[in-house]
Write a protein that binds this ligand. Structure first.
Ligand code: MN
Length: 288
């Protein structure tokens, strides 16, 4: 079977602020990408940015989500979260928070108290993973994946390593429970080394370069903060590091349903969006 090909190498738009805590570039968004990278709806990459010490935690106040999952990967800094499903916690470097909003939560996303006091560097990514219609109104679910619990696969010959957050890498299962087949791999690759990504036929996949530079599928170079989008057709693709590189590989089985994304809601129809707005207004999401 043929390998996946690069169909696009793109840059995110200029940075914008999410609340007062997250300077992000929306590498993917419903407006720019639609369902082309389904099940991924959005990818906000934040930083690296330096924050001075402060008295009051920066971030985003209480807001709703329905119809999808928010997945937050922290590389530098520390975040605190609490939601109306009763979950709260802080996540630091290497940790991942996988929040299945499904039928709906209100949550708050802030710099942690310790990070706020001390200041420091923040680097993180937040991904929005769509849910199929059959699971959009499931009860919310929360997975806190600590760095130590995320399987790490060493690549042969000291080429680097892979942190298997979701989706199997060979015989190594990902740490996250997912609703549909989702891939999320953190890959570190030494300059000159190559790796074959085991991305599946018929699945979407893309390689985001956090740092360094790589050549993908032998045809396209991608430097820092670029996203190389792969074809659905084909299985596997080769990535070669042109310099030491850190990558976030995303992918999975496309959800072949209509998608209507509006603000913090991702549903199948405009009527369901209206319902979500009405449910927040009438207090059905609870109160934080
Ligand atoms: Mn949120």
């Amino acid at each position: 079977m043929a390998s996946k090909k690069v169909v696009d190498v793109r840059s995110g738009p200029p940075m914008h602020w999410v609340g007062d805590g997250f300077p992000v570039s929306s590498v993917l968004s419903p407006g720019s990408t639609g369902t082309a990278l389904s099940p991924f709806v959005l990818m906000d990459y934040a930083g690296p940015a330096r924050f001075g010490p402060a008295d009051r935690p920066r971030g985003v106040d209480s807001h709703p989500h329905r119809g999808f999952e928010t997945v937050t990967v922290v590389y530098k800094g520390e975040l605190e979260h609490r939601d109306t499903a009763g979950n709260r916690g802080s996540i630091g470097p290497g940790d991942v928070q996988w929040m299945t909003a499904a039928s709906g939560v209100l949550h708050e996303e802030k710099h942690s108290a310790a990070f706020t006091r001390a200041g420091g560097e923040l680097e993180m990514a937040q991904l929005w993973v769509n849910l199929p219609a059959a699971h959009k109104m499931d009860p919310p679910r929360y997975q806190e994946l600590r760095d130590a619990g995320i399987p790490r696969v060493e690549l042969a010959g000291g080429a680097g390593h892979v942190r298997v957050i979701a989706g199997a890498w060979g015989k190594t299962a990902g740490a996250a429970r997912t609703v549909t087949a989702v891939v999320l791999w953190d890959v570190s690759l030494r300059a000159g080394a190559s790796v074959e990504l085991p991305v599946m036929e018929g699945h979407n996949a893309a390689v985001f370069v956090r740092s360094g530079a790589v050549r993908v599928a032998g045809t396209h170079s991608a430097g820092a903060r670029r996203l190389a989008v792969l074809s659905r057709e084909g299985a596997g693709t080769t990535v070669t590091a042109e310099e030491d590189a850190e990558l976030l590989v995303i992918g999975g089985e496309p959800i072949d349903e209509p998608m209507v994304a509006y603000g913090p809601f991702v549903m199948n129809t405009p009527e369901e969006i209206q319902r979500a707005i009405a449910d927040v207004r009438s207090g059905k999401f609870g109160e934080l």
